[in-house]
Design a protein around this ligand. Structure first.
Ligand SMILES: O=C(O)C1=C[C@@H](OP(=O)(O)O)[C@@H](O)[C@H](O)C1
Ligand SMILES: C=C(OP(=O)(O)O)C(=O)O
Length: 413
C-alpha cells in the first residue's frame, strides 16, 4: 500500500505485455458474507479480496461488535448492515465517514421501519448515523420501494427477505437503477438455496432457509476496467486478466462490448480474458451507464486520453457515491484538455477543448475510482495522483500492479 501524499506516474515505453492480478469482486464478496451471517451456518468463501470494503465487512461479521459500528466509506457495508442489524434485532449505532453521512439511506430505513425495525436518525433525517433499536415484526411484508436512487437498498432488503416471518414482496417504484446488482443479489441467494421471482417491477421472496455451500468469488470487473483503458491508451498491449468469466454475475462484465469501439479486443479463455489493442472506431455512440455506473469515470477519462468525444447518460447516481463524481470529473478532465458538459437533462458529453496540462495533478476526492480511472492517462504523458491510498477501498494493489506492467510510480511527499 502506498501511503505517500501523491505519486508521479509515467510509462516510458507505452508497450504492455503480461499478466495482471485483479482483486476479487467486492460486490459478490459482500453479498456472500451477509448471506453466510444470515444463514447462521459456516461455509468457506474463497477468493475474498484484500479490498477494505470486503475486509471491513468480514471483520464486523466475524466477531462481536461494540456499541458503535463504522461502515467507513463502504456503501454496501452501510446499506447491507442496516438491514442485517435490523433483521437480527441488534441494538447499536451504525455510522461511517463524513461522506457516508451525506449518502442517503432514507428509502431503506423507511422500508425496514414498515417491516418492524425501530431505527432513529442521530443526525440529519434520511442519512447516517443510525441508531438501531430492535425489531418487532409488523405483520406487513408488502412494500413499495423507490428503485431509482440506489440498488443497494433493494439488495439489502432482499437478502433479509427469507428470514422474515412472511417473506417479502417488493414493488419497485420508478426506474430501476443499477439493476444488474439486484440480479446479482438474487443469483447469489439462489446459489445458497433461496428462490425468488422478479417479474416486471415486483420481486417476491418466500420465507426460506439459506443453505451452506462453498463459494468462490469472481475477479472484479470494475477493477478490470482500468486495464481495458490501459490497453486502449497503450502503443501496444497484450494483457491477460485471470479469473474473469463470460457468465459473470457482475453487470460490469459488459466491458468487452463497451470497450470494443475504444479499440480493445477481448478474448475469453477458460482461465480469464486476453486484451489486445486495435484501432479506435469512430464515431462513438452515446453510452448509457444506468446499469454500470462504476464504469463512467473510466470511460470519461479514457475519452479524454484518446481524444474522442463521447456522450454519456444514466449518470444520476454518480452524485451520491464516494464523492459527487460528476463534479469531480468536471474538475479533473479540464486538466487533460477535455470538458464534461450536460447538453440535455442527464445527457453529458466529453468535449475536447485544449492541450492537456504538463504534469497534471489529479485530485482524488476520497474516491478510489478517480485515482484508478485517471492513472492510465500516464501512458500519454506523466501525471501526478494525489492521495494514492484511496485505492484501498477496492483494489489495494493497484499501484504495484501498474509497476509490474511497466509504469513508473514515484512517491512524492
Ligand atoms: O450492490 C453493489 O454491490 C453496488 C451497487 C452499485 O451502487 P448503486 O446501486 O448505489 O448504484 C455500485 O455503484 C456499487 O459500487 C456496488
Ligand atoms: C459506488 C461504489 O461503492 P459503494 O457505493 O459500495 O461505496 C464504488 O465502488 O464505486
Amino acid at each position: 500500500m502506498i501511503l505517500a501524499a501523491a505519486v508521479r506516474v509515467s510509462h516510458p515505453t507505452g508497450v504492455l505485455r503480461g499478466r495482471v492480478t485483479l482483486p476479487a469482486s467486492k460486490s459478490e464478496a459482500n453479498r456472500a458474507l451477509i448471506i453466510r451471517a444470515l444463514s447462521g451456518k459456516d461455509f468457506p468463501i474463497h477468493n475474498l479480496s484484500d479490498a477494505n470494503d470486503t475486509q471491513l465487512l468480514n471483520r464486523l461479521l466475524s466477531a462481536p461488535v461494540g456499541e458503535e459500528v463504522s461502515a467507513e466509506d463502504a456503501g454496501t457495508v452501510m446499506r447491507f448492515l442496516t438491514a442485517y442489524y435490523a433483521a437480527t434485532g441488534q441494538e447499536l449505532t451504525l455510522t461511517g465517514t463524513a461522506r457516508m453521512c451525506q449518502r442517503p439511506i432514507g428509502v431503506l430505513v423507511d422500508a425496514l421501519r414498515q417491516l418492524g425495525a425501530q431505527i432513529d436518525y442521530l443526525g440529519q433525517e434520511g442519512f447516517p448515523p443510525l441508531r438501531m433499536k430492535g425489531f418487532t415484526p409488523s405483520g406487513s411484508n408488502q412494500l413499495t420501494v423507490r428503485s431509482d436512487i440506489s440498488s443497494q437498498y433493494i439488495s439489502a432488503l432482499l437478502m433479509i427477505g427469507p428470514l422474515l416471518p412472511q417473506g417479502l414482496e417488493l414493488t419497485l417504484e420508478g426506474k430501476i437503477s443499477s439493476e444488474p446488482y439486484i440480479r446479482m443479489t438474487l443469483a447469489q441467494m439462489a446459489y445458497f438455496g433461496v428462490e425468488a421471482t422478479f417479474e416486471g417491477q415486483k420481486i417476491t421472496v418466500d420465507k426460506q432457509e439459506y443453505q451452506a455451500r462453498e463459494y468462490t468469488v469472481e475477479s472484479d470487473w470494475s477493477a478490470a476496467s482500468y486495464w481495458f483503458s490501459i490497453t486502449a491508451l497503450a502503443k501496444e498491449a497484450d494483457l491477460f486478466l485471470p479469473a474473469l468469466r463470460h457468465d459473470s454475475l457482475q453487470g460490469d462484465s459488459v466491458l468487452p462490448t463497451l470497450m470494443a469501439p475504444f479499440g480493445v479486443e477481448t478474448e475469453f479463455t477458460p482461465e480469464g480474458v486476453r486484451l489486445t489493442k486495435q484501432p479506435v472506431q469512430e464515431p462513438l455512440e452515446r453510452i448509457n451507464f444506468y446499469a454500470c455506473p462504476d464504469l463512467a469515470q473510466t470511460v470519461a477519462a479514457l475519452a479524454a486520453g484518446l481524444e474522442v468525444e463521447v456522450e454519456m447518460t444514466g449518470l444520476e447516481s454518480l452524485r451520491i457515491k464516494e464523492t459527487d463524481r460528476i463534479a469531480a470529473l468536471q474538475f479533473e478532465l479540464v486538466k487533460f484538455g477535455a470538458e464534461l458538459r450536460e447538453i440535455a437533462p442527464d445527457v453529458f458529453k466529453v468535449f475536447l477543448r485544449k492541450q492537456p496540462e504538463n504534469l497534471a495533478t489529479v485530485h482524488t476526492y476520497e474516491d478510489h475510482r478517480m485515482a484508478m480511472a485517471f492513472a492510465p492517462l500516464a501512458l500519454k504523458q506523466p501525471l501526478v495522483v494525489e492521495e494514492p491510498k484511496v485505492v484501498r477501498k477496492s483494489y489495494p494493489r493497484y499501484w504495484e500492479e501498474l509497476e509490474k506492467a511497466g509504469f513508473e510510480i514515484e512517491k512524492m511527499g
